[in-house]
Structures are given as C-alpha cells and as structure tokens.
Ligand binder design. Structure first.
Ligand code: C2E
Ligand code: CA
Ligand code: CA
Ligand code: CA
Length: 281
C-alpha cells in the first residue's frame, strides 16, 4: 500500500511540475507577444431577437504566434491573470475594441455596442476607471455602447467587494453597461444580484445546449429569463447553435442571442464587409 501511495504522490508531483513548466513557458512566450503584435481580436455578432438585427459584438482575443499557430484564449487568459500580464493585455484589448467600435459606428450609422471581457485582476487594477473613461473620451463613443463583461467569480471575494462596487458604480454613472458573463456556472449564490447592480445577464451555453430536447432544461432557462427581467436586466443567450434553440429562446423572451447559429467569431475585415453590406437605418 505504501509503495502505491508513493507512486501516486510521485505522479502528482510530476503532473504539478509539468503544469508549472507549461505555465512558465506560456508566461515567457507572452512577454514579447504584445510588442511583436501577435494578438488579434475576433468579433462575434450579438443579435437583437425582436428584429433579427445585429445589436453589437463581443471582442474575443486571439494569439497568433510567429509561424501562424493560433492559441485559443482558454489556454493563456488564466495564466495571464495569474502572472498579472492580463493588465497590459486587457488594456490593449480595450483600446483596440473601442477604436474598432468607433469606426464601425461611423461606417454603419448605427449605435452598435461592443462587449469586452474584463478579468478580475484588471478590474481591481488602480486606474481602471480612469483608463475606461479616457478610452471612451478619446474615441468619442457613447458610454452606453460599451458593455463590460465580468464572471460571477468577481462577486465571491468579500475582501474586495467594496472596491468592486465602486468600480461598477463609477463607470455605470458614466453610462457604461455591465454584464454578468457565463451566468450560472460560478459557485456563487444569487445574493450578489441584490448587492451589485448589473445591466445584462448572459446565460451560459450549458443552459442553452438541450433546451430543445429537455423540458427541465427549457424550464430552467425560462426561469432565468423571468428572473433577469424581474430584476430589469437584459438577457443574452450564449452558445445558440440550432434554429430550434433560437426559436424557443425568442418565445421565452430572451432579448438577445449569440452563438454559431447567428455567427461564429469573425475577423475585423469580415465584420467590416458585412456591415458595409447592411442597409443604413
Ligand atoms: P466567453 O466570454 O464565454 O466567450 C464565448 C466563447 O464561446 C468564445 O470562445 C466563443 O468563440 C465561444 N462560442 C460562441 N458561440 C458559440 C457556440 O454557439 N457554440 C460553442 N460551442 N461555442 C461558442 P473563445 O473565443 O475561445 O473564448 C473563450 C473565453 O476566453 C471567453 O469565454 C472569455 O472568458 C475568455 N476571453 C476571450 N477574450 C478575452 C479577453 O479579451 N479578455 C479576457 N479577460 N478574457 C477573454
Ligand atoms: Ca464573454
Ligand atoms: Ca460567456
Ligand atoms: Ca466562457
């Protein structure tokens, strides 16, 4: 028994070492990546369900290493959060996405919105509010067309609760909108919905997956939509892949939808071409 335990321990240690090495490798590769211009943004359209029109886009970061290999955000965002590199990367994303938004609003004559993912470390960085304010001013966008997405994890840490509320309130006072990303996947209870005023609730893909085949899933999704609306939040259904799901969500009263059924994330050039093809309002 003893030997088996030791073997397990060794395996555990080896696995830890492997992960630590991998984390370090990613961290080091990221050091030069911003300067070398290796990051890019993809944009995924978000549809207004009542009209079928594109209401906005979510900016999703991509890392194209020299040689063309694309590393998905799930492989480096957590490391960047851990190492603190997310602060610099996040600022780059914010500037790039808002600059792009200003161009697209001008070009299309529409008040398109831009949703940007904000990680906890970035939100808690001193100067975050000032940075967002500066970017809004310098690009000349309406603050209400900027949506900042945070996951429920930000509401879990009581030690920073006051700071989080202050950041949310300050930017909200400007007109910036806040979204709860991946709703229902965090380990938080619902109490935070009372303490933190949020504008948009994004229902995670896992609650959308089987609404067209499973009555209980459909009920749960419907309940989330009613709850959000009762709290005066707009609702975005994420990960909508099928026409059946889209139709059910429309009937359930979801305000907006996002997912492969509407569009995959696209490069800025492709979105530009699509917006040019749209009628001006
Ligand atoms: P997220 O914010 O939940 O973004 C949605 C993810 O779901 C995207 O993956 C998107 O490509 C994918 N998706 C969209 N529609 C569908 C669908 O119909 N079916 C399926 N199966 N997937 C769909 P992506 O681009 O790989 O991003 C993964 C995560 O990385 C994001 O999840 C977000 O948490 C994080 N992330 C991406 N960009 C940034 C960023 O600039 N800053 C920060 N802090 N995090 C980011
Ligand atoms: Ca998001
Ligand atoms: Ca999400
Ligand atoms: Ca997610």
């Amino acid at each position: 028994v003893r030997r088996r335990k030791e073997a397990g321990y060794c395996f555990y240690r080896a696995e830890m070492n492997r992960r630590a090495r991998e984390a370090l490798a990613i961290e080091q590769a990221m050091l030069g990546a911003l300067a070398a211009d290796e990051f890019e943004l993809s944009y995924q359209p978000i549809e207004e369900m009542s009209t079928g029109e594109i209401r906005g886009l979510e900016a999703l970061v991509r890392w194209y290493k020299q040689g063309g290999e694309c590393i998905p955000p799930d492989h480096f965002i957590a490391h960047a959060e851990e190492s603190g590199q997310i602060v610099e990367l996040g600022e780059w994303v914010l500037r790039k996405a808002v600059n792009q938004l200003a161009q697209w609003q001008l070009m299309s004559g529409r008040s398109l919105a831009m949703a940007i993912n904000i990680s906890p470390r970035q939100l808690l960085q001193p100067g975050f509010v000032a940075l967002v304010r500066e970017v809004i001013d310098s690009e000349g966008i309406q603050p209400g067309t900027l949506e900042l997405e945070v996951t429920e994890s930000i509401f879990l840490d009581e030690e920073v609760e006051e700071q989080v509320i202050e950041v949310i309130d300050s930017l909200r006072a400007l007109g910036v909108r806040w979204s709860i990303d991946d709703f229902g996947t965090g380990f938080s209870a619902l109490g935070y919905l009372k303490r933190f005023p949020m504008d948009v609730l994004k229902i995670d893909r896992q609650f959308i997956n089987d609404i067209h085949t499973d009555m209980d899933a459909a009920m749960l999704c419907q309940a989330i939509i009613w709850m959000a609306k009762g709290l005066r939040m707009e609702v975005i259904a994420e990960g909508v892949e099928l026409p059946e799901q889209h139709e059910m969500l429309r009937q359930s009263g979801a305000t907006m939808a996002q997912g492969y059924f509407i569009s995959r994330p696209k490069s800025a050039d492709v979105i530009t071409a699509q917006l040019q093809g749209m009628d001006k309002p």
